[in-house]
Design a protein around this ligand. Structure first.
Ligand code: PEP
Length: 250
Protein backbone atom coordinates (compact mmCIF):
# COMPACT_ATOMS: atom_id res chain seq x y z
CA UNK A 1 0.00 0.00 0.00
CA UNK A 2 1.53 3.32 -1.08
CA UNK A 3 0.99 6.26 1.25
CA UNK A 4 -0.15 9.27 -0.79
CA UNK A 5 2.08 12.32 -0.71
CA UNK A 6 0.99 15.89 -1.38
CA UNK A 7 3.94 18.25 -1.81
CA UNK A 8 3.67 22.00 -2.32
CA UNK A 9 6.16 23.67 -4.64
CA UNK A 10 6.10 27.34 -3.71
CA UNK A 11 8.50 28.32 -6.51
CA UNK A 12 9.76 31.92 -6.26
CA UNK A 13 6.93 33.12 -4.05
CA UNK A 14 6.53 34.20 -0.46
CA UNK A 15 7.92 36.53 2.15
CA UNK A 16 8.75 35.83 5.76
CA UNK A 17 5.35 37.19 6.77
CA UNK A 18 3.37 35.24 4.15
CA UNK A 19 5.29 32.06 4.98
CA UNK A 20 4.35 32.37 8.65
CA UNK A 21 0.71 32.88 7.73
CA UNK A 22 0.56 30.09 5.16
CA UNK A 23 2.27 27.52 7.38
CA UNK A 24 0.08 28.45 10.36
CA UNK A 25 -3.00 28.01 8.15
CA UNK A 26 -1.87 24.62 6.85
CA UNK A 27 -0.96 23.39 10.33
CA UNK A 28 -4.29 24.51 11.76
CA UNK A 29 -6.35 22.80 9.06
CA UNK A 30 -4.55 19.50 8.77
CA UNK A 31 -6.36 17.67 11.53
CA UNK A 32 -7.81 14.41 10.29
CA UNK A 33 -5.27 14.06 7.47
CA UNK A 34 -3.59 10.95 8.81
CA UNK A 35 -3.37 8.73 5.74
CA UNK A 36 -1.60 11.13 3.42
CA UNK A 37 1.83 12.62 3.91
CA UNK A 38 2.15 16.37 3.42
CA UNK A 39 5.25 18.40 2.53
CA UNK A 40 6.10 21.95 1.50
CA UNK A 41 9.03 23.16 -0.58
CA UNK A 42 9.59 26.88 0.08
CA UNK A 43 12.37 28.98 -1.47
CA UNK A 44 15.74 28.18 0.12
CA UNK A 45 15.86 31.25 2.33
CA UNK A 46 12.48 30.48 3.88
CA UNK A 47 13.42 26.91 4.80
CA UNK A 48 14.67 27.86 8.31
CA UNK A 49 11.26 29.42 8.97
CA UNK A 50 9.57 26.22 7.78
CA UNK A 51 11.82 24.25 10.11
CA UNK A 52 10.97 26.54 13.03
CA UNK A 53 7.24 26.26 12.39
CA UNK A 54 6.94 22.64 11.33
CA UNK A 55 9.30 20.77 13.66
CA UNK A 56 7.15 18.45 15.72
CA UNK A 57 4.25 18.65 13.23
CA UNK A 58 3.44 15.89 10.73
CA UNK A 59 4.34 18.20 7.83
CA UNK A 60 7.70 17.63 6.13
CA UNK A 61 9.63 20.23 4.17
CA UNK A 62 12.16 20.25 1.40
CA UNK A 63 14.10 22.18 -1.22
CA UNK A 64 13.07 23.02 -4.77
CA UNK A 65 16.52 22.36 -6.14
CA UNK A 66 20.08 21.59 -5.01
CA UNK A 67 23.60 21.80 -6.33
CA UNK A 68 25.12 18.86 -8.13
CA UNK A 69 28.28 19.71 -6.18
CA UNK A 70 28.85 18.99 -2.51
CA UNK A 71 30.89 22.10 -1.68
CA UNK A 72 33.54 24.52 -2.88
CA UNK A 73 33.74 27.43 -5.31
CA UNK A 74 30.18 27.37 -6.69
CA UNK A 75 28.79 30.83 -5.96
CA UNK A 76 25.07 30.94 -5.35
CA UNK A 77 24.62 27.19 -4.96
CA UNK A 78 23.10 25.21 -2.08
CA UNK A 79 24.43 21.76 -1.18
CA UNK A 80 22.38 18.72 -0.21
CA UNK A 81 24.09 18.65 3.19
CA UNK A 82 22.85 22.21 3.85
CA UNK A 83 19.26 21.23 3.12
CA UNK A 84 19.67 18.30 5.45
CA UNK A 85 21.11 20.57 8.12
CA UNK A 86 17.87 22.53 8.09
CA UNK A 87 15.75 19.43 8.48
CA UNK A 88 14.68 18.94 4.87
CA UNK A 89 13.35 15.51 4.04
CA UNK A 90 12.64 16.05 0.34
CA UNK A 91 14.18 17.87 -2.60
CA UNK A 92 12.72 18.42 -6.06
CA UNK A 93 15.04 17.33 -8.83
CA UNK A 94 14.58 18.13 -12.51
CA UNK A 95 11.50 20.32 -12.25
CA UNK A 96 10.55 21.41 -15.77
CA UNK A 97 11.36 25.03 -14.94
CA UNK A 98 14.88 23.96 -14.02
CA UNK A 99 15.14 21.91 -17.21
CA UNK A 100 13.81 24.60 -19.56
CA UNK A 101 14.86 27.89 -17.93
CA UNK A 102 18.19 26.78 -16.45
CA UNK A 103 19.27 24.23 -19.01
CA UNK A 104 19.32 21.20 -16.73
CA UNK A 105 19.63 18.12 -18.92
CA UNK A 106 19.02 14.48 -18.05
CA UNK A 107 22.67 13.92 -17.08
CA UNK A 108 22.73 16.86 -14.64
CA UNK A 109 19.37 15.86 -13.18
CA UNK A 110 20.66 12.33 -12.64
CA UNK A 111 23.73 13.73 -10.89
CA UNK A 112 21.58 15.90 -8.61
CA UNK A 113 19.37 12.89 -7.88
CA UNK A 114 22.47 10.91 -6.84
CA UNK A 115 23.89 13.72 -4.69
CA UNK A 116 20.54 14.14 -2.92
CA UNK A 117 20.30 10.45 -2.08
CA UNK A 118 23.89 10.20 -0.95
CA UNK A 119 23.22 13.00 1.54
CA UNK A 120 20.10 11.26 2.87
CA UNK A 121 17.44 13.40 1.18
CA UNK A 122 14.48 11.89 -0.65
CA UNK A 123 14.57 13.19 -4.23
CA UNK A 124 11.29 13.90 -6.00
CA UNK A 125 12.29 13.31 -9.62
CA UNK A 126 10.15 15.42 -11.96
CA UNK A 127 9.53 14.17 -15.49
CA UNK A 128 7.18 15.31 -18.22
CA UNK A 129 6.72 16.19 -21.86
CA UNK A 130 6.03 19.51 -23.58
CA UNK A 131 2.85 20.12 -25.55
CA UNK A 132 4.80 19.80 -28.79
CA UNK A 133 6.21 16.45 -27.70
CA UNK A 134 2.72 15.21 -26.77
CA UNK A 135 1.36 16.34 -30.13
CA UNK A 136 4.20 14.52 -31.87
CA UNK A 137 3.22 11.35 -30.00
CA UNK A 138 6.56 11.03 -28.21
CA UNK A 139 5.41 11.45 -24.60
CA UNK A 140 6.58 7.97 -23.59
CA UNK A 141 9.91 8.42 -25.33
CA UNK A 142 10.56 11.70 -23.48
CA UNK A 143 9.35 10.58 -20.06
CA UNK A 144 10.99 7.18 -20.50
CA UNK A 145 14.30 8.85 -21.38
CA UNK A 146 14.15 11.14 -18.34
CA UNK A 147 13.53 8.14 -16.10
CA UNK A 148 16.13 5.95 -17.82
CA UNK A 149 18.82 8.60 -17.27
CA UNK A 150 18.45 8.05 -13.52
CA UNK A 151 17.97 4.28 -13.62
CA UNK A 152 20.96 3.79 -15.94
CA UNK A 153 23.25 5.89 -13.78
CA UNK A 154 22.03 4.98 -10.30
CA UNK A 155 20.43 1.56 -10.74
CA UNK A 156 16.76 0.87 -10.17
CA UNK A 157 17.30 0.35 -6.43
CA UNK A 158 17.81 4.12 -6.15
CA UNK A 159 14.10 4.53 -6.85
CA UNK A 160 13.33 2.44 -3.77
CA UNK A 161 13.73 5.51 -1.58
CA UNK A 162 12.69 8.20 -4.04
CA UNK A 163 9.51 9.69 -5.44
CA UNK A 164 8.66 10.41 -9.09
CA UNK A 165 6.41 13.28 -10.15
CA UNK A 166 4.83 13.21 -13.60
CA UNK A 167 4.31 16.82 -14.62
CA UNK A 168 3.24 17.45 -18.20
CA UNK A 169 4.96 20.75 -18.99
CA UNK A 170 1.86 22.02 -20.80
CA UNK A 171 -0.18 21.64 -17.61
CA UNK A 172 2.17 23.45 -15.23
CA UNK A 173 0.83 26.83 -14.21
CA UNK A 174 -1.43 26.97 -17.25
CA UNK A 175 -4.75 25.93 -15.75
CA UNK A 176 -4.78 23.06 -18.30
CA UNK A 177 -4.82 19.77 -16.43
CA UNK A 178 -4.16 16.36 -17.91
CA UNK A 179 -7.38 14.37 -17.81
CA UNK A 180 -7.37 11.56 -15.24
CA UNK A 181 -7.09 9.08 -18.14
CA UNK A 182 -4.16 10.92 -19.77
CA UNK A 183 -2.34 11.16 -16.44
CA UNK A 184 -3.07 7.55 -15.47
CA UNK A 185 -1.73 6.31 -18.82
CA UNK A 186 1.65 7.99 -18.25
CA UNK A 187 1.79 6.96 -14.59
CA UNK A 188 1.14 3.35 -15.61
CA UNK A 189 3.85 3.65 -18.25
CA UNK A 190 6.35 4.93 -15.65
CA UNK A 191 5.50 2.09 -13.25
CA UNK A 192 5.80 -0.47 -16.04
CA UNK A 193 9.21 0.89 -17.03
CA UNK A 194 10.44 0.53 -13.45
CA UNK A 195 8.84 -2.94 -13.23
CA UNK A 196 10.95 -4.08 -16.16
CA UNK A 197 13.89 -3.73 -13.77
CA UNK A 198 12.26 -4.56 -10.42
CA UNK A 199 8.59 -5.34 -9.78
CA UNK A 200 8.81 -4.76 -6.03
CA UNK A 201 10.32 -1.30 -6.42
CA UNK A 202 7.74 -0.44 -9.08
CA UNK A 203 4.88 -1.50 -6.78
CA UNK A 204 6.18 0.61 -3.91
CA UNK A 205 7.11 3.69 -5.95
CA UNK A 206 5.03 6.79 -5.28
CA UNK A 207 4.26 8.60 -8.52
CA UNK A 208 2.75 12.05 -8.01
CA UNK A 209 0.83 14.03 -10.60
CA UNK A 210 1.61 17.73 -11.03
CA UNK A 211 0.15 20.31 -13.36
CA UNK A 212 -2.68 22.63 -12.31
CA UNK A 213 -3.95 20.25 -9.67
CA UNK A 214 -6.65 22.06 -7.70
CA UNK A 215 -9.34 21.27 -5.14
CA UNK A 216 -11.80 20.74 -8.01
CA UNK A 217 -9.81 18.07 -9.86
CA UNK A 218 -7.60 16.51 -7.18
CA UNK A 219 -9.92 13.73 -6.04
CA UNK A 220 -10.59 12.45 -9.55
CA UNK A 221 -6.91 12.48 -10.47
CA UNK A 222 -5.84 10.80 -7.24
CA UNK A 223 -8.52 8.12 -7.61
CA UNK A 224 -6.51 6.68 -10.52
CA UNK A 225 -4.67 3.44 -9.76
CA UNK A 226 -1.18 4.73 -10.36
CA UNK A 227 -1.54 8.31 -9.07
CA UNK A 228 -0.18 8.45 -5.53
CA UNK A 229 -0.60 12.11 -4.70
CA UNK A 230 0.26 15.48 -6.13
CA UNK A 231 2.98 18.04 -6.63
CA UNK A 232 1.17 21.33 -6.30
CA UNK A 233 2.33 24.74 -7.50
CA UNK A 234 -0.19 27.59 -7.56
CA UNK A 235 -2.72 25.92 -5.29
CA UNK A 236 -0.04 25.34 -2.63
CA UNK A 237 0.10 29.07 -1.95
CA UNK A 238 -3.40 29.22 -0.47
CA UNK A 239 -3.90 27.28 2.74
CA UNK A 240 -7.54 26.42 1.96
CA UNK A 241 -6.77 25.10 -1.52
CA UNK A 242 -3.74 23.14 -0.38
CA UNK A 243 -5.67 21.65 2.53
CA UNK A 244 -8.53 20.63 0.25
CA UNK A 245 -6.04 18.73 -1.94
CA UNK A 246 -4.46 17.10 1.14
CA UNK A 247 -7.92 15.97 2.24
CA UNK A 248 -8.64 14.56 -1.22
CA UNK A 249 -5.41 12.54 -0.96
CA UNK A 250 -6.32 11.38 2.51
C1 PEP B 1 4.64 22.72 -10.27
O1 PEP B 1 5.24 23.77 -10.33
O2 PEP B 1 5.23 21.70 -9.96
C2 PEP B 1 3.20 22.71 -10.56
C3 PEP B 1 2.59 21.58 -10.67
O3 PEP B 1 2.60 23.96 -10.71
P1 PEP B 1 1.02 24.23 -10.88
O4 PEP B 1 0.30 23.39 -9.85
O5 PEP B 1 0.86 25.69 -10.62
O6 PEP B 1 0.64 23.83 -12.26
Amino acid sequence: MRQPLVAGNWKLNGSLASTRELLAGIKAGLEGVTNAEVAVCPPYILIPEAQAQLTGSPIAWGGQNLSSETGGAFTGEIAASMLLDFGCKYVLVGHSERRTLYGEDNALVAKKFAVAREAGLVPILCVGETLEERQQGITEEIVGGQLAAVIDQEGVAALGDAVVAYEPVWAIGTGMTASPEQAQAVHAFIRAQVAQHDVGIADGLRILYGGSMKPGNAAELMAQNDIDGGLIGGAALKADDFLAICKAAN
